[in-house]
Write a protein that binds this ligand. Structure first.
Ligand SMILES: NC(=O)c1ccc[n+]([C@@H]2O[C@H](COP(=O)([O-])OP(=O)(O)OC[C@H]3O[C@@H](n4cnc5c(N)ncnc54)[C@H](O)[C@@H]3O)[C@@H](O)[C@H]2O)c1
Ligand SMILES: O=C(O)CC[C@@H](O)C(=O)O
Length: 394
């Protein structure tokens, strides 16, 4: 297999020009209709039913959630799925703050009331009389529960503390970096139930995976205060929306703020819904596009893996002109077999890095001379090897 002089990148959603510009036209072809792409750039397009061409070496998600991508199936092909941790977190945080304020002060209904006034004589009286139903509550001194303390959850927790709120956070897998980034005032909850029982407002910031599907269900909703506010900026499916509507109708929940409208919640008077707007700011779209383009390029040209959801972080500075990148199952004796194949072909290993994550492992090997295609075929034939790429410096 020879070095690839150029790469074709299929673009499934609108990706900011700020990112596409980082794939230089001389080496990259980007477009919506490419038959045999080397990579795919995507935002929220559902790829589960898509036939992903065999030519695809990587997927780049300009955003955080990857539930629209068939990651398991791509594992079997040794294809990394990159995302952009934190690149849109501030945009989501700001919309969560807006959602909390809209719910606390009934701003949507109040604005609707003003919009339908006809401006006739007696307007001032109509305003003063009409505002009575819109008296709300202040966020300061309320308790906000944050479920999921990753990039978004940590920013929301920090902003809430700055607004004078008490914050109760829950994340069984919080990273050390995330924990360090949290203000010391954030209290640690023992469970989802603990958060729901003790917070007036509860905001969800977890990925949608099988373990988080209907994380907030009918039983758990019963733990919330009758005037409580639930905010879902995670994904449709993290809260059971039918159960949420039942709780709202039975006056066991005060309001639901949601970024994923569907038939169950549409036009409900106690629902404040946005059209999946969390990440839709100019800044977030540019941040995500730049980050994903850089990661994709580093992988396509050098085999480096940064921020893949299904592979370990593996980067190695280039010290030789001949690099082989191998994705394999995380099983014993893979490195032994790979290095034996290289040694038998008379190749001297200059530098090597191998890391694993769950079922997946990834190896970068720099050698001191050119690699014959037959060596790559030998490595490709090893049981457990999923993908092999040769990346000589052009
Ligand atoms: N509305 C939008 O436009 C928008 C924008 C960005 C992200 N999102 C959604 O928000 C999610 C979170 O984004 P992020 O950037 O903070 O991701 P992140 O990966 O930085 O954080 C997710 C956190 O959730 C935690 N978690 C997982 N399962 C949990 C559970 N059962 N209970 C508690 N915590 C759990 C993880 O440990 C992690 O810390 C994304 O996966 C995406 O679905 C939506
Ligand atoms: O791309 C978008 O517009 C939304 C992205 C957002 O849902 C995410 O998970 O990052």
């Amino acid at each position: 297999m020879a070095d690839k002089a150029s790469f074709a990148v299929l673009v499934l959603n609108q990706i900011s020009k700020a990112g596409l510009e980082r794939l230089p036209a001389g080496r990259y072809l980007t477009g919506k209709d490419l038959a045999e792409p080397d990579a795919i750039l995507v935002r929220s397009a559902d790829m589960h039913s898509m036939a992903i061409p065999a030519s695809v070496l990587a997927i780049g998600r300009a955003g955080a959630g990857t539930n629209n991508i068939p990651v398991q199936a791509l594992n079997a092909r040794g294809v990394p799925v990159f995302n952009t941790p934190g690149a849109n977190a501030n945009a989501v945080k700001e919309l969560v703050l807006a959602g909390m304020l809209m719910a606390a002060r009934r701003l949507g209904a109040a604005q609707h009331f003003v919009a339908q006034l006809d401006g006739a004589d007696g307007l001032d009286k109509a305003i003063e009389e009409g505002k009575k139903p819109f008296a709300g509550f202040e966020l300061a001194n309320q308790t906000l529960g944050v479920i999921g303390l990753g990039k978004v959850g940590c920013l929301v927790a920090d902003a809430a503390i700055k607004l004078g709120m008490h914050v109760l956070g829950y994340d069984p897998d919080i990273t050390v970096d995330a924990a360090w980034s949290l203000p010391s005032q954030v209290q640690r909850a023992a469970s989802v139930e603990d958060v729901l029982r003790n917070a007036q407002l509860v905001t969800l910031h977890v990925p949608l995976v099988e373990a988080t599907r209907h994380l907030v269900n009918a039983d758990r909703l019963r733990l919330m205060r009758a005037d409580g506010v639930l905010l879902n900026f995670s994904r449709e499916g993290v809260a059971d929306d039918a159960a949420v509507v039942a709780a709202l109708d039975a006056r066991r929940l005060g309001a639901y703020v949601c970024d994923f409208p569907n038939r169950a919640i549409l036009r409900h008077p106690q629902v404040i819904a946005f059209p999946h707007l969390g990440a839709s700011t100019r800044e977030a779209e540019e941040n995500c596009a730049r980050m994903v383009a850089d990661q994709l390029r580093d992988f396509l040209e050098h085999g480096n893996i940064r921020n893949a959801v299904n592979f370990p972080q593996v980067t190695m500075a280039r010290e030789s002109n001949w690099r082989v990148a191998i994705a394999n199952s995380n099983v014993p004796n893979m490195l032994g077999q790979i290095s034996t194949a290289m040694a038998q072909a008379g190749l001297n290993i200059h530098n090597m890095v191998n890391k694993s994550r769950g079922d997946m492992a990834y190896t970068l090997v720099d050698v001191d001379s050119a690699v014959d295609p037959s060596v790559l075929e030998t490595i490709r034939a090893i049981d457990g090897v999923l993908a092999v790429r040769y990346l000589p410096v052009a």
